[in-house]
Write a protein that binds this ligand. Structure first.
Ligand code: GDP
Length: 359
């Protein structure tokens, strides 16, 4: 079970827990602390450090993630304070992990690797070497040398990555993924993290709502073939979700992971319509989409989690008035047939058939 045993949470820790889940980690607890200003040595206060330390032992914790970016010094002090093999990381490192897992194109992988190395470089002393006090004293000289050479290695790698990225951009076409010759339209899900994209993807895969007894082929962890009774199948692919407070250093990497959507036949914008900031999230997603080269791709909006809103009838009416909006509950399966119908209608309109991606 994915129970959270130890919990003191707010909106931020909930979102962080969601991100950790997306990265494939099991969240066993969350906590937060209100401080006038962060502790320069350990970010949180000493009482909180002790509380987390005892939770680490009680729950056999391997990783502690902080929502804000930690300074290299804070990272080291926290790792020391928690002791053992506990890994301390911050929001930026976690997001980079997710991007790394999700980078589908060569260019995206390079962009993410570059962001990762640039992030790690100033933190090398601390994270690369976890030593006891005794070892640390003995190996100080060795460490200094190692650090010097590791830094040189990183700088060389960073330079190499930058060059490679440049050349990939120049010859983008050569690096495109291998294609399948069967023409199946690709439909990409975009939207905020937590909007319900993967739930939607999984519902359309697992349930027998749309086609009896036919297994849905899994192409890669984030792409599924949705098989329709009328034979007009389409590929549904999940993208890395939008994240609130995306550190600026990661914007380029995020956009690179999104670039693959420029090859889809249809963009489905999934919205958590029960979220108090739903409209702001819609605007933020639209803004980024307008900056990518996707204006010619048809779009469909999905208002998800209608089971959670207080006035579903009103929401449904609003959706009808806006047009190009389908209301669904990915969780309980409501509206999924409507969703597939709307996708087919849109694909018919656009008449764009691109070749299917194979992993
Ligand atoms: P993603 O980050 O966009 O892929 O979002 P997920 O699919 O992981 O969903 C985030 C959370 O919202 C999960 O806890 C889901 O169970 C929940 N969720 C997704 N769809 C619905 C829905 O239609 N109704 C409700 N009530 N919860 C949902």
């Amino acid at each position: 079970g994915r129970e959270i045993y130890w919990k003191r949470s707010n909106g931020f820790t909930q979102e962080l827990a969601q991100l950790a889940d997306t990265a494939g980690l099991m969240v066993v607890g969350t906590t937060y602390q209100k401080l006038a200003s962060p502790n320069p040595r350990t970010y949180i206060g000493s009482g909180k450090v002790a509380e987390i330390k005892s939770a680490i032992h009680a729950l056999d914790v391997e990783t502690v993630i902080f929502d804000d970016e930690l300074s290299p010094g804070q990272l080291r002090n926290l790792e020391k304070a928690f002791g053992g093999d506990v890994r301390v990381c911050d929001r930026t490192a976690l997001i980079l992990d997710i991007f790394n897992q999700r980078a589908a194109t060569h260019e995206a992988a390079l962009q993410v690797a570059l962001a990762q190395m640039e992030y790690q470089l100033p933190r090398l002393t601390k994270c690369g070497l976890i030593l006891s006090a005794k070892q640390e004293a003995r190996l100080k000289e060795w460490e200094r040398n190692k650090l010097k050479w590791t830094s040189v290695f990183y700088l060389t790698q960073i330079g190499g990555l930058k060059k490679e990225l440049e050349s990939v951009r120049k010859h983008r076409k050569q690096y495109r993924s291998r294609r399948l010759s069967v023409p199946v339209p690709v439909v990409s899900l975009v939207g905020y993290t937590n909007a319900g994209k993967s739930t939607l993807l999984n519902q359309l895969t697992g349930a027998n709502v749309l086609a009896e007894d036919r297994l849905f082929a899994t192409l890669d962890p984030t792409t599924r073939r949705v098989q329709m009774k009328n034979g007009k199948d389409f590929l549904l692919t999940d993208t890395v979700g939008f994240i609130q407070k995306l550190p600026t250093a990661l914007v380029a990497a995020f956009r690179a992971t999104l670039e693959e959507i420029s090859e889809s036949s249809l963009l489905v914008h999934v919205v958590d319509i029960s979220h108090p900031l739903a409209q702001q999230q819609i605007d933020a997603v639209d803004k980024v989409l307008s900056e990518l080269d996707v204006s010619s791709i048809p779009k469909l909006m999905v208002w998800n989690k209608v089971d959670k809103v207080s006035e579903p009838k009103k929401i449904k009416l609003e959706a009808d008035q806006r047009g190009d909006v389908v209301c669904v509950s990915a969780l309980n399966g409501n509206g999924l047939i409507d969703f597939c119908d709307a996708v087919q209608e849109k694909l018919k309109d656009s008449m764009v058939w691109v070749e299917a991606l194979i992993p």
